[in-house]
Design a protein around this ligand. Structure first.
Ligand code: PEP
Ligand code: MG
Length: 755
């Protein structure tokens, strides 16, 4: 039996369909729709607000208010009741609107007589693209049934508002107001690089044309067939894509599991049984989940919602029969994919060898598709509002992933610049590849121990491609962060052994879990703190939750059986923390021996120097440590009391300044005096000019990121260490805020390669 909400909504929708499928111009259509909704729902007034850009809504049509108010009322997201609905993406029913704290009076409307208010968002891609409202003169408690009817109507209306016709109409409006369309737009870079190619607007969400089904069994059959086909195709697609190994593959696997989720499928089936078409049932199941989960602060759940949206879209496109491999682009050799949002599997719909860039209107750095794209060396730019509607498939796009700019239909001169940049980058890559055969040795013959930092599994490829001396920092929290559950000892041994195997005879330094602050574990939800960077994080967690540390070091010991094991502890603030952590490792080593487990041939224990207090206990800690590694990112953050992730502060303090360099000089001098191996694994070792200064201060071991390794090596091979040592000494007395300009000038004057 159909629900009463569906019955009544069906009635309204029949009328709406006649209007939307008719020949009227957009404003007439909207006016008719608004009137029908008001009359059928027995409201005294109704209004339809549409988002013109992402910051405000404009009244497009109304019924029951002053005449001629269309396009004269604008409302910011969050402003008044309408703005609140748009901002929160949730329906809002208020019996006495004037008494509501959010109410804001719009005199242009003439709404003095109206008391009650019901607003429902028009949602597309989780974003409000408009709001439909009902108002009544009497104080009226809108029933659950009324809200549901309006929500169902809104679902259809949102498709109209998002239609091509409406987009064109909005463009004309903007033009008529003298606003220009954009040529260069700024976004957020999620993966660096340059790209030039034809835009491919990623499959727009399917319109849920028909909402109610006449033949339930037929609908269930359609659903089952589409669902099966989708999953079979996904399996095939993943099996045939050469992606190597890594987190990006784990992400795709998780997505595939999600597509097979039985609970979700059952919900869709139930919706079909209640009278909806399969397409509408998928949409309703998604909205249900959205309503329940969208309020969460949990990043992990938010990502899951993204996955669900992607899978829902995919299933809808199978249902509509529209799903096909994108054929029109098969002859294009360079494409830039433009998407509103995108799932990791969607990228595989294209031949990824041809993708020169990816633009996502929404998107965050942790977004799964960005991680996959990065692994494939595709530049990615996110957070460009409105671009998805602006760009058409086939238009030329240039993407500058270094600065975060997108050029739409770039001028010929800009195109030439991009071509030159791409060619230059290719030449540079070829040169760096050549360089990998040569040692990291300075002009005056000093061999530098040159290692890489590893986090994501695809960093492992850099071990061979850079031909490095080993891994100077393995950030073990990364596999923890990309797992769905806390990895047990066995799984950890798997991660660590893979690294040991890939490294072969090269040295590997494992760092114990460094979570907290910006590195959150999806399965630990209650870690929000006032000052996370100086909160319960890193070694502090490992020592307080000793079982985690014990398991981790046990996994290290097992993974390195028969080989040399190097373990270091992060964020050590005083000697006793190091002693405790080291003791835990030694106890586990003893236990392994007693269990007759194979053990490493040698165990070296070290610590990271990244908290200033330990610098003042350096002599003491050096007596007990086999090695130290300087985490300059955190050491600078705590020395300058300057949040390393705050963009407002990036220019304020510089590691290339006397106080920081003096500290760095003292550390290496003390380590050398104590005969303790010392390296730098913070970002300074990945930045050529900063790394040059480290050499001048006495550092002889650097651990750079895989991507910057070649550039740092180039610097090493073009520097004279004796000369730079003398020069750096002269700078340490300077009181300048930054010594960077002098150091850059020095490098240029002496032919030191720091690109
Ligand atoms: C550092 O702080 O410099 C460091 C290498 O550790 P992370 O960047 O992982 O905090
Ligand atoms: Mg650190």
């Amino acid at each position: 039996m159909q629900s009463p909400a569906i019955n009544q909504a069906m009635d309204i929708l029949k009328l709406l369909r006649q209007v939307t499928e008719g020949q009227d111009e957009v404003p007439i259509k909207l006016a008719k729709i608004t009137r029908i909704i008001a009359e059928k729902m027995e409201a005294d007034a109704a209004a339809c607000y549409v988002a013109v850009d992402d910051s405000y809504l404009e009244l497009f049509s109304s019924f029951g208010f002053n005449d001629d108010v269309a396009h004269k009322v604008t409302i910011r997201y969050g402003e008044g009741l309408v703005g609140e609905v748009a901002k929160t993406n949730r329906s809002l029913a208020v019996a006495d609107a004037w008494a509501h704290p959010k109410f804001s009076y719009k005199p242009e409307l003439g709404e003095e007589e109206y008391k009650s208010f019901l607003g429902v968002p028009l949602v597309r891609w989780n974003r409000s693209i408009g709001v439909i409202t009902l108002q009544n003169k009497q104080v009226h408690e809108y029933s659950r049934l009324e809200i549901e009817i309006l929500e169902t109507v809104a679902m259809v209306l949102s498709e109209t508002v998002a239609s091509e016709e409406m987009t064109e109409y909005k463009k004309d409006l903007i033009k008529a107001r003298g606003l220009t369309t954009r040529e260069r737009v700024k976004g957020l870079s999620l993966s660096k690089g340059y790209g030039l190619g034809k835009a491919v607007v990623h499959r727009r969400r399917q319109m849920v044309g028909k909402i109610f089904a006449e033949d339930k069994d037929g609908e269930l059959h359609r659903l089952e067939t589409a669902y099966k086909q989708m999953n079979e195709d996904l399996d095939k697609k993943f099996a045939s894509t050469q992606l190597g190994i890594g987190e990006h593959v784990d992400i795709l696997d998780t997505y595939r599991m999600f597509a097979k989720d039985k609970g979700w499928y059952k919900k869709i089936e139930d919706n079909v049984k209640s009278g909806l078409t399969a397409e509408a049932a998928v949409e309703r199941a998604y909205e249900d989940m959205w309503n329940r989960l969208s309020g969460t602060n949990d990043q992990y759940l938010k990502e899951r919602l993204h996955d669900l949206r992607d899978v829902a879209d995919r299933l809808q496109s199978y249902l509509s029969g529209d799903f096909k491999e994108v054929s029109e682009i098969s002859n294009w050799s360079d494409i830039i994919v433009v998407a509103q949002t995108m799932g990791p599997a969607d990228l595989m719909d294209y031949d990824y060898h041809k993708i020169r860039g990816l633009i996502i209107e929404e998107g965050t750095p942790t977004m799964h598709v960005a991680i996959v794209a990065k692994a494939l060396n595709i530049p990615v730019i996110a957070k460009i509002k409105g671009l998805f509607d602006e760009v058409k498939t086939g238009e030329l796009i240039a993407i500058d992933g270094n600065e975060g700019y997108v050029y739409i239909n770039p001028l010929p001169a800009t195109q030439e610049k991009f071509k030159a940049k791409i060619a230059e980058k290719e030449k540079l890559l070829a040169r760096l590849a050549e360089l990998s055969k040569l040692p990291s040795k300075t002009l005056d013959g000093v061999r530098i121990g040159h290692y890489i930092n590893v986090g994501l599994a695809f960093d492992l490829d850099y071990i061979e491609s850079t031909n490095c001396d080993g891994v100077g920092l393995y950030r073990t929290e990364i596999p923890f962060m990309t797992s769905d559950v806390m990895p047990d000892v066995e799984r950890q041994v798997g991660f660590y052994k893979e690294l040991m195997d890939r490294a072969g005879k090269r040295k590997v330094i494992f760092r114990s879990l460094d979570v907290g602050s910006d590195k959150l574990l999806p399965y630990w939800s209650n870690m929000s703190e006032e000052n996370p960077a100086i909160g319960w994080r890193s070694i502090r967690i490992s020592l307080d939750r000793r079982a985690i540390l014990r398991k981790q070091v046990r996994a290290f010991l097992r993974a390195a059986a028969g080989k040399e094991l190097n373990v270091m502890f992060p964020m050590i603030s005083d000697v006793s923390e190091f002693e405790e952590a080291k003791e835990t490792l030694m106890i586990e080593l003893d236990k392994e021996k007693r269990r007759n487990q194979p053990i490493p041939s040698k165990v070296n224990v070290g610590l990271m120097i990244e908290v200033p207090s330990i610098v003042f206990q350096l002599e003491d800690v050096l007596k007990q440590a086999d090695f130290i590694s300087i985490g300059t990112n955190d050491l600078a953050q705590f020395t300058f009391a300057c949040d390393r992730g705050n963009p407002r502060l990036t220019e304020r303090y510089d590691v290339l300044s006397a106080p920081f360099l003096k500290m760095m000089g003292d550390i290496v001098a003390k380590a050398n005096a104590a005969g303790v191996y010392c390296s730098v694994c913070g970002e300074m070792a990945s930045n050529p000019v900063e790394a040059m200064v480290l050499l001048g201060l006495g550092y002889r071991n650097l651990s750079s990121s895989g991507a910057s390794y070649g550039r740092v090596k180039s610097m090493i091979r073009s520097v004279n260490i004796e000369e730079v040592t003398d020069y750096v000494k002269t700078l340490l007395k300077s009181q300048k805020r930054t010594l960077r300009p002098q150091l850059l000038a020095y490098a240029y004057d002496h032919g030191i390669e720091i690109y």
